[in-house]
Design a protein around this ligand. Structure first.
Ligand SMILES: C[S@@+](CC[C@H](N)C(=O)[O-])C[C@H]1O[C@@H](n2cnc3c(N)ncnc32)[C@H](O)[C@@H]1O
Length: 173
C-alpha cells in the first residue's frame, strides 16, 4: 500500500535524526508519522516512541510497519498534534514531519520537549513559519536546505537523479 506524503527519504531521515540527537532512553514523538518510517527507525534507540497522525490510514500503515519491524515500543495516536501534546507530560525530542497547525504545534512542543525539535518541510511557507515561530520562542538553532542526488544505471554507466529538496529546521534549548 502506497501512502500519500511519505515515506521520508533515507538521506533526509539520517540528517534529521542526527540533528535531533536522539539518545538511548529517550521519549520521542514523530508528529505526522505518515508511514511510520521515522518512528520505527527511532524505536531502535529511543525507549518510547509516540507515532502521531491525524489520518486513520497513516496510523494503520505505521502500525503495520512497526509490527513488521518488531518495534514493540511504539505507541500510536490517531488525531491532531495538539490533541496528542495536551495529553503528554514530557518528551526528550520530537520530529515534526506534518506541518498543519505548525505554529501551535511548535508552541506546545517548546513547553514539553527538553531536547531538540526537528521539522521537515517541503514548502517555503512552512520553512518560513517554522523559522519565525522558533525565533519568537527563542529556540531556533539552524535551518538546512538539503538536496540529494542518487546514482542510477544508464546503459552500463552511472548518472545522478535528484530527489525532491527538503528543508530541515532545528530548534532546541
Ligand atoms: C509528509 S507526511 C510524513 C511522512 C512521514 N515522515 C513518513 O516517513 O512517512 C506528513 C503527515 O503528517 C500528517 N500531519 C500533518 N499535520 C498534522 C498535524 N497537525 N497533526 C497530526 N498529523 C499531521 C499528515 O496526515 C501526513 O500523514
Amino acid at each position: 500500500m502506497r501512502l500519500k506524503g511519505g515515506p521520508t527519504q533515507d538521506e533526509i531521515m539520517a540528517i534529521s535524526l542526527y540533528k535531533l540527537g536522539l539518545r538511548h532512553g529517550d521519549a520521542f514523538a514523530d508528529i505526522g508519522c505518515g508511514t511510520g518510517k521515522v518512528a520505527v527507525y527511532a524505536s531502535r534507540t529511543a525507549e518510547m516512541v509516540y507515532a502521531v497522525d491525524r489520518r486513520k490510514e497513516a496510523i494503520e500503515h505505521a502500525r503495520q510497519n512497526a509490527i513488521e519491524a518488531g518495534a514493540s515500543n511504539v505507541r500510536f495516536f490517531e488525531g491532531d498534534s495538539l490533541d496528542f501534546l495536551w495529553g503528554i507530560e514530557r518528551l526528550d525530542c520530537a520530529f515534526v514531519g506534518g506541518t498543519k497547525r505548525l505554529e501551535e504545534t511548535l508552541e506546545a512542543l517548546s513547553m514539553k520537549v527538553s531536547g531538540n525539535i526537528v521539522v521537515n518541510a517541503v514548502r517555503v511557507e512552512a520553512l518560513n513559519e517554522a523559522i519565525l515561530t522558533m525565533k519568537r520562542l527563542g529556540i531556533f538553532k539552524e535551518a538546512l536546505h538539503v538536496q540529494v542526488s542518487r546514482s542510477y544505471d544508464i546503459g552500463g554507466g552511472t548518472m545522478f537523479r535528484p530527489i525532491d529538496p527538503v528543508y530541515i529546521i532545528v530548534g532546541g534549548k
